[in-house]
Design a binder for this molecule. Sequence first.
Ligand SMILES: [Zn+2]
Length: 337
Amino acid sequence: MNVRSLFGCIGLGVITAISAWLGFTIGKLIGIPPWIGGIIAVAIIVAVAVSRLIAKPFESYDKGVDYAIQGDLLKAKEQFQESLRLYPGHDLSKDAIRLIDDVLHEKIKGKTLAHLFTGMKLASQGYDSKAITEIKLAQSLDPNYSGVYSTLGATYRALGRPDEAIAECKMAVALDPDSSMSHYELGAAYKVGGQIDAAIEEYRKALKISPEHGSAHKDLAFCYRDIGDRRHMIEHRDKALALGVNVDLHELNKPQEGQWLRYSKSITDDFPFKDGPRLAWSINCPVDRTRLVHYSRADLVLEGFTINCTACGSRIDVVVQGDSVTVSTYYQRKVLD
Ligand SMILES: [Zn+2]
């Protein structure tokens, strides 16, 4: 912990204590129990502090974009580095620094960069056609620079136009096959276009060039989830998390339609329970928790059975082996929250 964040923590503690006291006093005055007033005040302070912490890296990124548009490359670079310091997994900042370095090393014109960043800013504000015009201006200034094609591809992708995104990113890869940014963007374009196998291939190429590309690890985790490869999903999820990338774990762990999920249950005194001459196997549908019961003859050795959930239609296979039971569910539809 550095000195700045230490002071930040002490300051936050003092502000929280004061607001708790204020909330307590005001709660007493307006007639709600004082401790509720205190809790509300502390909750507001914590929420504000957390939102500031989350907003800050993107604030630096936005400032960097503004400096880059004005042509102040060194100040822009400082802001992108600050954004990376606060949020090491922010690959957009890494790409921005690479673009600035390309201007500083005279690989591209300063004007190209200004048009590129103006285009990215306009795209983030929702001015789609103006954004595309700006990036195409950058393309006309440096037509052999792969970064202008991958940026246009990323913009088309964000607009939900995968075919154009794929075409631009393929140009970027052709111009610079050693750029992880180009392969990453091509992978992302394929992913939006629903070509998961092609996306996985490009993400893997990006990672071969930059093994620390956190966004590529994150996107790969989702691709592997989509094709039901849990081992690789976990591997890339963990790498993305270790690199400081935000991964929506709730979204990632949601079962997918058409996916098999297995769990084991052991046979105990109450499972399956005896119901006269029959055994009753009570299984909850893992999709919607509907209770399903299958009956079998108690005097026969049962190897397994299949039931369909009466509520969602999922197919549930139950395999009995000695004292353990494996339940496999084939999801018929997505789980709704
Ligand atoms: Zn069900």
